[in-house]
Write a protein that binds this ligand. Structure first.
Ligand code: E4P
Length: 220
């Protein structure tokens, strides 16, 4: 399973990249606005830090302008994945960009029917938003299960299921059990995955006992 980080914060991305656990980055206009920084230079910088796909979203809503924006974003670095919304114009743009060999992430997916359209349009990634579905009392994880099942029925669908709008570790674990290809995690969720009180307690006890031996591994 690939791990992407869901942020446009360059310092966070650089720190998490050091762990060797990062396979890519997703950004969206809200995440970019939160940084207060220039979009194009931010994407260029992120693409230098992380070698995997970096999603950069178009902001036009009509096909012609989306296509122009998508081509401009794709020219910033070879690892840019152009993000387009799940609209008719977005799907047309997805098809045109993927026909040109450009990676496309189709975002704002809330139904299995939409995911089928994205696969038919040649999307590299489909981004179903689990947290936002849960927020309105629908089962976000059931959508992931449905999309994975449908895509598995059609080997000619090459689109990877990228679970988005993840809010907590259970979303990640359930996505992995279902077999989703990618999870994009907010930095706090990604950092929190390592934590367990019994790990901390166990390590503390091991180190206290080790100290009593008076030994050092490096001194041997
Ligand atoms: C990722 O591509 C999405 O933009 C993101 O996961 C949305 O998350 P949110 O619902 O927490 O804003």
């Amino acid at each position: 399973m690939k791990f992407f980080v869901d942020t446009a914060d360059i310092a966070e991305i650089a720190e998490l990249n050091e762990t060797g656990l990062l396979d890519g980055v997703t950004t969206n206009p809200s995440l970019v606005a939160k940084t207060g920084k220039d979009f194009v230079s931010t994407i260029k910088e992120i693409c230098k830090i992380v070698k995997g796909p970096v999603s950069a979203e178009v902001t036009a809503t009509d096909h012609a302008t989306m296509l122009a924006e998508g081509r401009k974003l794709a020219a910033l670095a070879t690892n840019v994945a152009v993000k387009v919304p799940l609209t008719v114009d977005g799907l047309k743009t997805c098809k045109a960009l993927s026909d040109d060999g450009i990676m496309v992430n189709v975002t704002l997916c809330f139904s299995a029917a939409q995911a089928i359209l994205a696969a038919k349009a040649g999307a590299t990634f489909i981004s179903p938003f689990v947290g936002r579905l849960d927020d309105i009392g629908q089962d976000g994880m059931q959508l992931i299960a449905d999309i994975v099942q449908i895509y598995n029925n059609y080997p000619d669908f090459k689109t990877e299921v990228l679970v988005a709008s993840i809010r907590h570790p259970i979303h990640l674990i359930e996505s992995a059990k279902i077999g989703a290809d990618v999870a994009t995690l907010p930095p706090n969720v990604l950092k929190g995955l390592v934590k367990h009180p019994l790990t901390d307690k166990g390590l503390e006890a091991f180190l206290a006992d080790w100290k009593k031996t008076g030994q050092s591994i490096l001194d041997k």
